[in-house]
Write a protein that binds this ligand. Structure first.
Ligand code: TYD
Length: 258
């Protein structure tokens, strides 16, 4: 595994050269970081869970026709992906106020937003991934106006799909971040969803208890991160193959609100 050429070392993942041109291998590490790496710990088992959860979500995205970079999971920690040119802009979609939105605008955490809100952050660790507008993105040439439209349309589709997926298993999708990339196929370029979608990049709250089931458990020192990620995986029906109780597909969790 480690004899493959390393292309990029990220905070939670490493990218290696893939078996064929145009492919890469994405390796999920156990590193948990927050506040631009000021907080860093190794959380045993996180990488394995994120690999499985992200595999499940990307497979479902493919099923509903949302273009993405995922090809297949290779083993417990690795997946084969299509090589894309990552756009240096993170897209955040918010349904409920939390995190930096609450801090910036003084909106208490947990308020349902009047509508889903899209934000852009410039991917630049040295600058703490600052919030930017479409003006910045086009003026500095990070993406064209047409690409921004495509990115927003994809983000909304992912939000609609993921909100329903999680609601079906008793989890509220508060917000999430996606990364997008340019994929060339036969001289045609299209924007696709890349990177990962996991409890590291989403805020997920239990519908009944509002308990956090995401990386805020680490950011806010709440403990029990792996247990929460495991519970997300269990509810999505993707726990360990050896688990005799495991079902296929989402497990319905009844909400008191229905
Ligand atoms: P946000 O509240 O802006 O920042 P923070 O995570 O620092 O509180 O995050 C909104 C959502 O996007 C949240 O689910 C975490 C995710 N996110 C990332 O995964 N990576 C990032 O670099 C950023 C800025 C956000």
């Amino acid at each position: 595994m480690s004899r493959r050429r390393r292309i990029y070392e990220g905070k939670a993942k490493t990218l290696y050269e893939g078996p064929e041109p145009g492919t890469l291998i994405q390796f999920f590490k156990d590193d948990a970081t927050a506040f631009n790496k000021k907080k860093h710990e190794i959380v045993d088992g996180k990488g394995v869970l994120n690999n499985r959860i992200s595999e499940y979500i990307f497979t479902q995205l493919t099923r509903v026709g949302i273009p993405n970079h995922f090809i297949k999971r290779i083993n417990m920690r690795e997946q084969l992906i299509k090589e894309v040119e990552i756009i240096p802009v993170e897209v955040i979609v918010r349904n409920i106020s939390a995190g930096t939105l609450s801090e910036r605008l003084g909106i208490p955490e947990g308020e349902v937003l009047p509508r889903s809100i899209i934000e852009f952050c410039y991917k630049k660790d040295e600058l703490n991934d600052p919030l930017v507008s479409e003006e910045h993105i086009t003026a500095f040439g990070w993406a064209s106006p047409q690409e921004i439209d495509d990115m927003m349309a994809l983000a909304i589709r992912v939000n609609d799909f993921l909100s329903g997926l999680f609601l079906g298993v008793g989890i509220q999708l508060v917000d999430f971040k996606i990364e997008l990339g340019r994929l060339w196929e036969n001289d045609i370029m299209r924007i696709v969803v890349a990177d990962e979608i996991s409890p590291d990049s989403c805020r997920l709250w239990d519908i009944k208890t509002n308990e956090k089931m995401d990386k805020d458990r680490f950011r806010r020192d709440l403990g029990g991160l792996v247990d929460s990620y495991q519970e997300v995986a269990r509810r999505l029906g993707i726990m360990n193959e050896n688990d005799p109780k495991r079902g296929k597909g989402p497990v319905l969790v009844k909400s008191d609100k229905t």
